[in-house]
Write a protein that binds this ligand. Structure first.
Ligand SMILES: [Zn+2]
Length: 49
């Protein structure tokens, strides 16, 4: 069972760091391991995921 699922190619919406976001399926949210934000996710082409 996978608890954390890293999201390749996604950037933190706060610091715009790449590949620091991971999906927590238990809580159904995406969190940044750098700054701890669990909010919006943006892709490289600017879409909101
Ligand atoms: Zn962050």
């Amino acid at each position: 069972m996978t608890l954390a699922h890293f999201l390749d190619g996604l950037r933190c919406s706060v610091y715009h760091t790449l590949n620091t976001l991971w999906l927590d399926p238990a809580r159904a949210l995406v969190e940044c391991r750098e700054c701890g934000q669990s909010a919006h996710v943006t892709t490289d082409d600017g879409r909101t995921a």
